[in-house]
Write a protein of this length. Structure first.
Ligand code: UD1
Ligand code: MG
Length: 494
């Protein structure tokens, strides 16, 4: 329930409005085991985009008609405040609307949308509702003019403003196939006019379905006002019936998102190669190089550089961070001026504090790295807590797993871990300590101590040349014994 008067003012006008999203179909043309509306484009499932676009309309009810994979569709839309009604089996878009009837309560108007046209924007829906109310219409269709209208139902006009019918592609007469104004399947209906019209619709098509589009013709014939409003941006009505449609819709979403970031002051090089999810944001003067993917809830500060081929998922970057080429970052926090890569992999739950430097072929998991610490080459740090200004040498490995449990490694401030060390967890290295290169550390190393865990080197002068001589002379008897063997055998045979 709205609280303040301002909220009431925003909400009240649409208390007579319900939203119906038709999302029960299978999507046969996608050739998929996944219901059509659960397919993703622009970083979200199709149906989620539509519910989100409807949210600001503050309708009394958002009803989603579900059928195929109804539980999975419900799991997407119910957390967003929608209610679901089950259409089983699916006898067409008109039938879907009849199934939704009971859930619409005392709504006077309904905005009906297909679950497969996810590019629709709230502003366009608001304009549709306004046109419908102002025109005192029985139905207002959102239409679009397309250069290639194939696959869509066509709008047959009665006059400049009114419509006589929608004709599905399979039923077009020769003359009608010239029409390039299409039905988006997004409408506003006055419900008391819709129900009697829908009751008259017959399944007169090869699929034996009840088409909601046929109710338009019935209303028009009865002399009701049916309007069509042409969408300002025809891309908004693109439906996803095929994989090619999905790719096209995804392309448009990505283009819009990049444009949003660019207008907020982000440089994107070769923008068409960069994929950005809807909830990502980035600060001014950040530069995103070609082939980057910014996914999930990734947040990037100002003046960062994300270099080519890097994939960031749910990452939180401060300001002036540099992600060198080909890094993979998941659910990790990188504070100001951190530099990672090239070829670094940050698995979930890392926190790299300011000025940390992570180099090539370094993998981190669930690790905290203190300010100014460096791990530049070929290292695995898992379940580690590392202090400030520590140096982790090339090839350092935290052995955090014994096959059953994970154990922590704690490394203090200003520690120097020599190259190729294995730190067998649980283990602690105190502040200012050294670990000798090539050590296997199984016991704690106290502050300012040296931990060394390796065999002592022995040097034997002249050993190599002596060995070579031995090997060279050993060659000859070997050859003789080879010849001797068959003779022995032949003696035995005799
Ligand atoms: C529909 C329109 C067409 C329009 C096009 C725009 C009809 C008959 N045709 O065609 O005029 O140009 O959308 O994209 O409406 N659905 C149900 N229950 C059903 C059948 C469908 O919920 O029994 C849902 C589907 O899940 C889908 C939506 O309704 O989300 C539209 O169905 P779809 O099969 O995609 O219709 P189109 O052939 O695209
Ligand atoms: Mg469709």
């Amino acid at each position: 329930m709205p609280g303040t008067p301002a909220e009431w003012a925003e909400t009240m006008p649409n208390q007579d409005l319900a939203i119906v999203i038709l999302a029960a179909g299978k999507g046969t043309r996608l050739k998929s085991s996944l219901a059509k509306v659960l397919h993703r484009a622009g970083g979200r499932s199709l149906v989620e985009h539509i519910v989100r676009a409807c949210e600001p309309l503050k309708a009394r009810e958002v009803v989603v008609v579900v059928g195929h994979q109804s539980e999975q569709v419900g799991a997407v839309v119910e957390p967003l405040g929608a209610v679901t009604v089950l259409q089983q089996p699916q006898h067409g878009t008109g039938h879907a609307m009849q199934v939704a009837k009971r859930a619409l309560g005392r709504a006077k108007f309904a905005v009906v949308l297909p679950g497969d046209a996810p590019l629709i924007r709230t502003e366009t829906l608001k304009a549709l509702i306004t046109a419908h109310r102002n025109g005192d219409a029985a139905a207002t269709i959102l239409s679009a003019v397309l250069t290639d209208p194939s696959g869509y139902g066509r709008v047959v006009r009665k006059s400049e403003t009114t419509v006589s019918a929608i004709v599905e592609e399979s039923q077009l007469t020769g003359e009608q196939s010239e029409i390039n104004e299409i039905n988006s399947a997004i409408y506003c209906f006055t419900l008391e006019k819709l129900w009697p019209a829908l009751a008259k619709v017959k399944p007169n098509n090869k699929h034996r379905e009840l088409y909601l589009t046929d109710a338009i013709g019935v209303m028009s014939l009865k002399g009701e006002t049916v309007l069509a409003q042409v969408a300002a941006d025809s891309r908004e009505v693109l439906g996803c019936n095929t994989r090619a449609d999905l790719a096209e819709v995804d392309r448009v979403f990505r283009e819009w998102k990049r444009a949003e970031l660019m207008s907020a002051g982000v440089t994107i090089q070769l923008p068409e190669t960069v994929l950005i999810d809807p909830e990502v944001n980035a600060g001014e003067d950040t530069v995103i190089e070609p082939g980057v993917q910014l996914l999930g809830k990734t947040k990037i500060g100002a003046r960062c550089t994300i270099r080519t081929g890097s994939v960031l998922t749910d990452a939180a970057l401060g300001d002036d961070v540099i992600v060198e080429p080909h890094c993979v970052v998941a659910q990790s926090r990188l504070d100001d001026r951190v530099i990672i890569g090239p070829f670094a992999r940050l698995r979930p739950d890392n926190h790299l504090k300011a000025d940390v430097r992570i180099g090539n072929f370094v993998e981190l998991k669930k690790s905290t790295v203190g300010e100014g610490t460096k791990a530049m080459h070929l290292t695995y740090l898992g379940d580690a807590k590392i202090g400030t200004k520590t140096n982790i040498g090339a090839g350092t490995i935290t052995c955090n797993y014994d096959g059953f449990h994970k154990y922590p490694t704690t490394i203090g401030n200003k520690v120097f871990v020599g190259s190729d060390s294995t730190l067998v967890a649980p283990v602690r290295i105190g502040d200012g300590a050294y670990v000798a290169a090539g050590s296997t550390i199984t016991d704690n190393v106290p502050a300012d101590a040296l931990g060394i865990g390796r065999g002592r080197q022995a040097t034997k002068p002249g050993w190599a040349s002596k060995k070579r001589r031995e090997l060279a002379t050993a060659e000859k008897p070997k050859k003789k014994s080879k010849r001797a063997k068959p003779r022995k055998k032949s003696r035995r045979r005799r």
